[in-house]
Structures are given as structure tokens and as C-alpha cells.
Ligand binder design. Structure first.
Ligand SMILES: Nc1nc2c(ncn2[C@@H]2O[C@H](COP(=O)(O)OP(=O)(O)OP(=O)(O)O)[C@@H](O)[C@H]2O)c(=O)[nH]1
Ligand SMILES: [Mg+2]
Length: 259
């Protein structure tokens, strides 16, 4: 299954970066500062929507301090139950750029890759997926067990959907707003939103391309991803998207030429 080609379009006006953050007092400020500097240096109009979600450390006060210095930084708090997927979806609702990048708060993702995403979207693609496992991409300090599980899960997804993509499970990706809206309703309250978004983008017929990105392991804070708790949720959303692809008779596909 190949992507449709990109369509020539008007330049995008503003980028929203949505960052879920839970107990990230040690790194959220650096993440936002570096991102803001990089986007500013490339003249990209932007907002940085950071969704704090029941943090029990000083993440929220760090965000208040950031907002005072960086007007583009918009911290939000959710009252809903905690959850990565809920927080990101909340960020989508409360952002207004015509393109969206989802990025982590733990400095794992490189702000220079966010600039490359913006440039690719402006070539007319509906979505741009970073891969850490293509030439030019890479990972630093990826825990061995996590890496092994990651490669197996991505191989499974690649074969199941028959697409030339090998890094579905990294949340750091870019979408036009039309794609975000076209992927509703979001069904994943947790980390499984990470695969729901690219799978629906592909299955619903949007155009997408892959660029190399780099990822490095956090140097502060704790990992929130519990693979044992998430495995069945990933499988649920994967099978849901697979059923949609083969059994929905195209009911949810983007209308051709419209997205
Ligand atoms: N708002 C919100 N953010 C969350 C939640 N769970 C995780 N996050 C954020 O999602 C991002 C990814 O979580 P990580 O713990 O880094 O997950 P990971 O990258 O698989 O694990 P690491 O190997 O530790 O990097 C971070 O910015 C977290 O702060 C949540 O329940 N609510
Ligand atoms: Mg992380």
C-alpha cells in the first residue's frame, strides 16, 4: 500500500507543537526553549501547547515560568483521567495551527527534525512520519529489550498493513490539521494513540512520507511507558484500524482531492 502523491498547496501559516508532559520537571523547560529557538531561527510561526496531566512534581510551575518568558508557550492542564492519548487529543482541541507536530517533553526528539517536518508538509504532504531506523536516522541509548520489542512490533505492523514504513511506534510525527480532524474520533486514551494516528492516516487515504529522525534516551525523569500494560491496547487499536481498512468499505476515507 503506497501513499497517494502530495498535492501542491498554499504555504502553511502556523505550526502547533503538542507536547504531553507528566512529571517532567527536569526536562520540560529545556524541551520548550530549544524547540522555540529552533523554530524561531527558521522563521516558523508557532505555538507550543504543553499538556500537563496530573503531574505531582513542579512541572506546572516550570510551565508558568516558561509562559512568562515565551508567549508562544501555552501550558494546559487536563481534568480528565490521566493518559498520554487523552492529553494529546486535548492538545489538538486547544491548538489552532494548520499543522501539528506531536513531540515528547523529555528531550528525546530533535527540534531540527520538527523544522524538517514543517518543510516536508509544505511540499504538500498530508503527514510526515519520522523513522529512526532508516539511513540518516538513529537512536542513542535505546534500552535493548525495548528496542527488540519495538522492532518486532514494527515488523508486525509493516506486514499486516503492507506499507513501506518501519517506525509506527514513535509518537514524534507531523500532520496537517485536516488529517488530525479526519482521524477522529480518537479511541486511544493511552500510548496507543501513537499508532492510531499513523495507521488511520494511511488507511483513510491521506498522503504521507518518511524522513529520518533521531531519538535519544531521557537523561532525567522516569519512563511512563509500561509495555506490559500497553501491549493489549496497542493490539486493540491495530486490529481496529485493520478492520477499518478491509471491512468499512471506505466509509471513513478522506474524500479525494479534499484533504
Ligand atoms: N500529559 C501526559 N503526558 C504523559 C503521560 N504519560 C506520558 N506522558 C508524556 O509522554 C511523553 C512520552 O513518555 P515517556 O515516559 O518519555 O515514554 P517513552 O519515551 O516511551 O519512555 P522513555 O524511554 O523513558 O523515554 C513524555 O513527554 C511524558 O511526559 C500522561 O499520562 N499524561
Ligand atoms: Mg520518552
Amino acid at each position: 500500500m503506497k501513499s497517494p502523491p502530495p498535492i501542491p498547496r498554499e504555504p502553511l501559516a502556523r505550526l502547533s507543537v503538542v507536547i504531553p508532559a507528566r512529571n517532567e520537571e527536569g526536562c520540560v523547560a529545556a524541551t520548550v526553549e530549544h524547540l522555540h529557538a529552533e523554530l524561531g531561527a527558521h522563521g516558523i510561526a508557532h505555538e507550543i501547547v504543553v499538556v500537563d496531566d496530573h503531574s505531582t512534581d513542579s512541572t506546572w510551575s516550570a510551565l508558568q515560568e516558561l509562559r512568562a518568558r515565551i508567549p508562544e508557550c501555552q501550558p494546559l492542564q487536563t481534568c480528565a483521567e490521566p493518559g498520554f492519548g487523552r492529553a494529546v487529543a486535548f492538545g489538538f482541541e486547544h491548538s489552532s495551527g494548520d499543522a501539528v507536530v506531536v513531540m515528547m517533553a523529555d528531550e528525546s526528539d530533535d527540534p531540527r527534525d520538527a523544522v524538517r517536518y514543517w518543510e516536508k508538509l509544505n511540499e504538500g504532504w498530508d503527514a510526515v512520519f519520522g523513522s529512526r531506523f532508516v539511513r540518516g536516522g538513529g537512536v542513542v541509548d535505546y534500552p535493548a529489550l525495548k528496542l527488540a520489542l519495538n522492532r518486532m512490533a514494527n515488523l508486525f505492523l509493516r506486514v499486516l498493513f503492507g506499507v513501506p514504513m518501519n517506525d509506527f511506534t514513535n509518537a514524534f510525527k507531523a500532520y496537517r490539521r485536516t488529517v488530525i480532524d479526519g482521524c477522529r474520533p480518537f479511541l486511544s486514551p493511552h500510548f496507543n494513540l501513537t499508532v492510531e494516528l499513523p495507521l488511520k492516516t494511511i488507511v483513510r487515504g491521506y498522503s504521507w512520507t518518511v524522513i529520518p529522525v533521531t531519538w535519544r534516551n531521557r537523561t532525567s525523569g522516569e519512563s511512563k511507558l509500561k509495555i506490559k500494560e500497553m501491549g493489549s491496547r496497542y493490539l486493540f487499536i491495530t486490529l481496529y484500524c485493520w478492520l477499518e481498512k478491509y471491512f468499512s468499505r471506505g466509509d471513513y476515507r478522506a474524500k479525494s482531492g479534499k484533504p
